[in-house]
Design a protein around this ligand. Structure first.
Ligand code: C2E
Ligand code: CA
Ligand code: CA
Length: 742
């Protein structure tokens, strides 16, 4: 990438040219007797011209260097040609060589200039340049012919010159017509006319003064038009400050030759043989071109730098992004560790306090992380919404030693939210090894895949270390997930997922009043797979939508056939949040109820709290629809998640299922019992039915009864049974345990 210094060097060379060319050229033209001096000046200039590209070339972008070289060749050629006026044509072939250099340089400059303008995409300044270069080329050709002894009085030279002028004018006009902006179009036309007329003036002055006079008037008109309608800032469509700068320079670039044209005309009138002024015009044109080039180079560079920065950095935190990380992984020079670190709890902050606060938290966490990781000699990236990647020197074994401090750095993010206190933001991380050496892009992402898998592993074991290092075990788990997904897809398609029914018992009467449908899968290859495992896999791949619909239909159908609903008992079915978010879920439920003619209130849908954490999620609307349909809504696993309570007010909830872990704490040492008591009281007050899950002992049942919990479910009564045993369960009366002493 080019630094601004290169553009400035180009601009510097332009300034040197701007100052030197007209001076030297004028000196050459005015003081014929002082030719040794001017020749020396010309040679000196040539030296500068030769050295300048060398200076500029160093570390510069090829485009700028090429342009500067071409411009200096042009300038040097012109100056040296000026040292041998036509009247006293010097020893051939030196002026000829100088002219050849001048013309070649000009042609190269024109070509480069046009190309760079096209690359920059600003076609309107391009039009000005085409006109400028067309006419300058024509005029310079004439000059060359005149100085080498064929011009001025020779009709042949005049013919060639006129042809060139006309060709340039036609080319300029063609571009002028293509320009969109009206005043810019006029400026182009003025420039074309002015320059062509100037050339004509110079050509005809020695032989045909009348024609020259008309041409002078035309040149004055053209110059005035140019000066009046020259482009101003804002005419250039391709926006941004860089281009505005370029436009400003462009204006200078157009004004300078414009003024030179007018000065040339004035001096032509005073002295018909003012070669120096013509040279000044060429010089000014060089300045214009060089300035323009410098401006274009700067504009392109700045835009490129901005784009490239944006492409590789995260807008919110200013950290590098995933693209930058992918590049860093292409050719690491030593063993490194890639840590993918996920903020946990960020969604809670966003849900409760809004996106703005969530972003503040992210920014604060990012700043802390960056500071800490930079201290460790590593780099920080933001790779996903709430995920950062850290590239740290050293093996994963070394890196995990730093992780507690990294976690502290995240937690130390100043999450002091006005009016809301401090927010705890924790993190989980997956670590993978990055081997040194260059590799193909596809292989370079391997550490990312590994770190992601390790992160996923860390997530499934919360409360342990908070991180996991990619290993054979993690790889095996991943392979297992892929296999389960593949087999499950087939099983769902073939309808091989079975449903068992676990009785839910009324603590007061010992009667079974409800069944929870639980999915069961026996695979030919994998054997029995736990629903915890296959439901998780299904949720990751959207397969849970088909799985859930299958289970719901099968559960309702089986329960119906077994007489559950006729006996007035209810059926509870688990519903994943992914199902709720899939379109048409409420319709599926309605359809199934209609198919079996089941009253909706006998169907309970068990949802976990995560459904209710995002008030804007479509899931909330679906829950409302389902409740309106008449279904009961149960909160599953209550006590394991957030237990934010807020949604109990907002949403139709009928049942609270107290999680197994809380049930276990009933008989323990801690204050689990008080917690459950409080929850049961709250639920009873709100008119919700309480189901205590995982009741395994008489003692637990007794405690539940004493705290007025309504229903219990657990192995004390029965595990989930096959459909043929539903009838037995319906007939059954479980012993009612005595109330525990409070
Ligand atoms: P869950 O909804 O909390 O279901 C209760 C789980 O606790 C069942 O495990 C059940 O067998 C087990 N359980 C029942 N009584 C006791 C007990 O006294 N002690 C102990 N230790 N465990 C008991 P299961 O069948 O393995 O299901 C596990 C989880 O899988 C379920 O948890 C539910 O989240 C999910 N699941 C099962 N079937 C489906 C389904 O059809 N759809 C969806 N979305 N999820 C399902
Ligand atoms: Ca459940
Ligand atoms: Ca549960």
């Amino acid at each position: 990438m080019t630094s601004p210094r290169h553009a400035w060097r180009a601009a510097l060379s332009a300034v040197v040219l701007a100052v030197s060319v007209p001076l030297v050229a004028t000196a050459v033209a005015r003081w014929d007797e002082g030719r040794p001096v001017t020749l020396a000046a010309g040679l000196g200039w040539l030296v500068v011209c030769v050295l300048l590209p060398l200076v500029v070339r160093k570390g510069s972008r090829p485009g700028v260097t090429r342009f500067t070289t071409a411009a200096t060749v042009w300038g040097a050629g012109t100056v040296l040609a000026g040292a041998f006026p036509a009247a006293t044509a010097g020893p051939l072939p030196f002026p000829l060589l100088a002219h050849a250099a001048s013309l070649t340089g000009l042609a190269a400059v024109s070509a480069l200039q046009l190309r760079s303008a096209r690359v920059a995409g600003d076609d309107q300044p391009l039009a000005v340049e085409v006109a400028l270069f067309g006419t300058v080329t024509a005029a310079l050709s004439w000059d060359a012919l005149a100085r080498t002894g064929h011009g001025g009085d020779g009709w042949w030279a005049l013919g060639v010159c006129l042809l060139l002028v006309v060709a340039a004018f036609v080319a300029a006009s063609a571009v002028v017509l293509a320009v969109e902006h009206a005043s810019l179009r006029l400026a182009c036309a003025g420039l074309g006319l002015g320059a062509a007329a100037t050339a004509l003036t110079a050509v005809t002055a020695p032989t045909s003064p009348h024609t020259a006079d008309v041409a002078v008037v035309a040149a004055v008109v053209g110059g005035l038009v140019l000066l009046t309608f020259q482009p101003r800032g804002g005419h250039v469509r391709h926006g941004g400050t860089a281009v505005t700068h370029a436009t400003r320079r462009l204006r200078v670039a157009v004004v300078v030759p414009g003024v030179a044209v007018l000065a040339d005309i004035a001096l032509d009138i005073a002295s018909p043989r003012a070669d120096g002024v013509l040279s000044a015009f060429f010089g000014a044109a060089i300045v214009a071109a060089a300035l323009r080039q410098a401006a274009t180079a700067r504009a392109i560079d700045r835009t490129r730098r901005t784009l490239s920065f944006q492409a590789r950095h995260d807008h919110l935190t200013g950290l590098r992004n995933r693209t930058a990380l992918a590049d860093a992984l292409l050719a690491p020079d030593r063993v490194q560790s890639l840590v993918i670190l996920e903020l946990s709890g960020l969604d809670d902050v966003t849900d409760v306090l809004g996106v703005g606060v969530g972003e503040d938290v992210l920014r604060a966490a990012a700043a802390n992380l960056r500071q800490h990781v930079t201290g460790l000699g590593g780099t920080t990236y933001r790779v996903r919404h709430d995920e950062f990647a850290l590239l740290l020197p050293g093996s994963p074994e070394e890196t995990v030693r730093h992780l507690p401090h990294v976690f502290d750095a995240v937690a130390a993010a100043p999450l002091q939210v006005p009016g809301a206190g401090r927010f705890p933001v924790a993190a989980v991380a997956g670590v993978a090894r990055v081997e040194p050496g260059a590799r193909a892009a596809a292989d370079a992402t391997l550490p990312l895949v590994h770190a992601d898998l390790a992160l996923r592993d860390a997530r499934t074991h919360p409360g342990m270390l908070g991180w996991s290092v990619y290993s054979g075990t993690v790889a095996a788990q991943h392979a297992r997930r892929l296999l389960v997904r593949e087999r499950l897809t087939a099983a769902v398609a073939e309808g091989c997922i079975d449903v068992h029914f676990q009785p839910i018992v009324d603590f007061a009467t010992g009667r079974v009043v409800k069944f929870e449908a639980l999915a069961r899968w026996d695979d030919r290859e994998l054997g029995r797979v736990s629903p915890v495992e296959f439901v998780t896999v299904a949720e990751e791949s959207n397969l849970v939508v088909a799985l859930g619909e299958h289970v719901l239909r099968r559960a309702v159908g089986t329960a119906h056939a077994a007489g559950v609903f006729d006996a007035g008992a209810r059926l509870a079915v688990n519903v994943s949040v992914v199902q709720l978010q899939s379109p048409g879920f409420a319709d599926v439920v309605r359809e199934i109820l209609t198919d079996y003619r089941i009253p909706a209130h006998l169907l309970t849908l068990e949802l976990t709290e995560s459904v209710f954490l995002d008030p804007d999620s479509p899931a909330e609307r679906v829950v409302t629809d389902l409740a309106r349909l008449g279904c009961q809504i149960a909160i599953d696993d209550f006590g394991t998640g957030y237990s934010a309570f807020g949604y109990l007010d907002r949403l139709p909830v009928h049942v609270l299922k107290i999680d197994r872990s809380l049930t276990q704490s009933l008989t323990g040492e801690g204050n689990g019992r008080s917690v459950v008591t409080a929850v049961v009281d709250l639920a009873n007050r709100l008119g919700l039915t309480v189901v205590v899950e995982g009741v395994e002992t008489e003692q637990e049942a007794a405690i539940c009864r004493s705290m007025r919990a309504g229903l219990g479910q657990g192995w004390l009564y029965s595990a989930a049974v096959t459909s043929d045993r539903i009838v037995d369960e319906l007939d059954r009366e479980y012993p009612v345990s005595p109330e525990a002493v409070r």
